[in-house]
Design a protein around this ligand. Sequence first.
Ligand SMILES: [Zn+2]
Length: 320
Amino acid sequence: MHGLRAGVGWDLGGTKLDGVWVDSRGRIRGSEIQELPLDRSLGGLGAFFEELDAKLVGPRLRPRVSGLSVAAVVEGPEAKATHAPNLPALRGRALVPWLERRLGRRFVVVNDANAGAEVERRLGRGEGDFLYVILGTGIGGAWVLDGKVYPGRYGSAGEIGHVYAGPPDRPCGCGLRGCLETQAGGRGLGEIATEALGPRRSRAGGRADRPWTAKELLLLAEEGHPRARVLRDKAGGVLGRALASLMNATGVERVVIDGRLLVGAPGYARAIQRAWSEQLIAPLAGRARWMRARPFPHRMAYGAWSLAQPDAPRPAGSPG
Ligand SMILES: [Zn+2]
């Protein structure tokens, strides 16, 4: 890799702020990560960001590029956050002017799934098109087309968590019903488990009964629990068929799957893949490729650094 600019990449997620300092050869030279403060107002987040940025950059380093990945759909050159369910203070805010005012230098702001996909692209996992999928609390995604992250005109391309997967009974954080992530994302799967299995029993003297998390369900399924396996395989089936449908419709021939929901739960990945391969039609059937994302430290922050490079595709809506 050459022609890169040293600088910083940040990832502002729903629970933490993660940053890396990357040199001009693309190597991570320093990092800072912290849980978000209790005060998650715009002012609270800004002050917190300033403090952690000063720690990462210090008085000597001069970032040539600065990127921020954020758990939000961001639109236009000013990165107006149009959809930010986990960071409500950002909603409707133009993030580029906000950051530039607080930190005193230029920033490029991108959606976090796009940053995650950018890392796979930069790692050189083959030329061509792919759909990047990230399974966490919800389901995020990004398209990489002709070797570039494609955010779409309004920054919302790849929002696959809100593909309709029916039936329309489960309300989604986006305001709709029947979205894919209500059936196969972390939050949705936890709710499904609690409905089917009842609340988790507390141990004697422990906390009160509480809902299941998706990870608990998936680990129980790994142990062979029959009802947990049925729930897991059903969710995997819905997700796998949706992913195949998206690829059938676009002709994108590769899917790269990522996310903490899959850690320790290979059976979930297998259930998704099985349904996916059954749902592909010609010419993709038997030819489309399924890949797991490479483990990568500070993925979203690094992707933000990479997307802040001058040769990177401009954020949605930017001129030129
Ligand atoms: Zn939705």
